[in-house]
Design a protein around this ligand. Sequence first.
Ligand SMILES: Nc1nc(=O)c2c([nH]1)NC[C@@H]1CN(c3ccc(C(=O)N[C@@H](CCC(=O)O)C(=O)O)cc3)C=[N+]21
Ligand SMILES: [Mg+2]
Length: 296
Amino acid sequence: MTAKVIDGKAFAAEVRAQVARHVTRLKQENGLTPGLAVVLVGEDPASEVYVRNKGKQTVECGMTSFEHKLEADTSEGDLLDLIARLNADSAVHGILVQLPLPGHLNSDLVINSIDPAKDVDGFHISNVGLLGTGQKSMVPCTPLGCLMMLRDHHGSLSGLNAVVVGRSNIVGKPMAQLLLGDSCTVTIAHSRTKDLAEVCRRADILVAAVGRAEMIPGDWVKPGATVIDVGINRVERDGKTRLLGDVAYDGAAAVAGAITPVPGGVGPMTIACLLANTLTACCRANGLPEPEGLTA
Ligand SMILES: Nc1nc(=O)c2c([nH]1)NC[C@@H]1CN(c3ccc(C(=O)N[C@@H](CCC(=O)O)C(=O)O)cc3)C=[N+]21
Ligand SMILES: [Mg+2]
């Protein structure tokens, strides 16, 4: 069997087009323009490229992009002051603080100072609690993007065995909550899991979010399974920098039913969902109905 390749890049373009249509309507009918503020502390080249991409796609969707670049040695007080101003700014509907933050800043404290209604990353403890109890929340972008691709491919996920490899607050844990919400039988596995290969081989849906290049070989994949590869690992190989997933792609694609590539899979969907969340936040803030199909 050769897996169907799930084209995250094309899917993300569709999601952004849908967001853009809603934005046009919001402007015409309500005089509203959704705004996203991105805060970057310090100068990490990869983060800067990524922040620039987000800004560009935000504007292409008709929304306003606010970029705040702060010095690497910015004090916690100054960062919290900026977040307080963004919380109070009615032109800002979404706030994203790029992670990781420099070590002298307490990222939990910083994230929890964001107005939960503007927390488009879905990392605030109140959004985490709302998601965990099945209440309306802002849902983390990467797991939301994965869920959209899975629903599109399978229709219903009900009763399927889902194995999430990775237990981070950003991907693994919220991914497990979303799969549970769609009635999967969910296992969260990680680097210490006993017989990890056997656990993975039971998965109808295998989500790899460990952050280690090609950690999951093809013979851990059940024939016909759907493989969602969240890893984006920059690796030097043959003198070139290559982007590798957490799954050994060729081996996995030979047995899986469907698989997301790296690049062009989960990554573009993450940004598209960030824009979708900003739109959702703008609608909620103004008491307007939420766009359908763009939330969990
Ligand atoms: N508060 C916060 N929220 C985030 O969502 C967040 C963050 N901090 N810090 C950094 C990570 C990283 N991240 C990516 C999103 C998209 C691609 C993406 O579009 N990747 C392309 C390839 C890009 C390339 O060539 O490097 C792809 O997979 O096809 C990559 C990385 C979001 N992050
Ligand atoms: Mg820190």
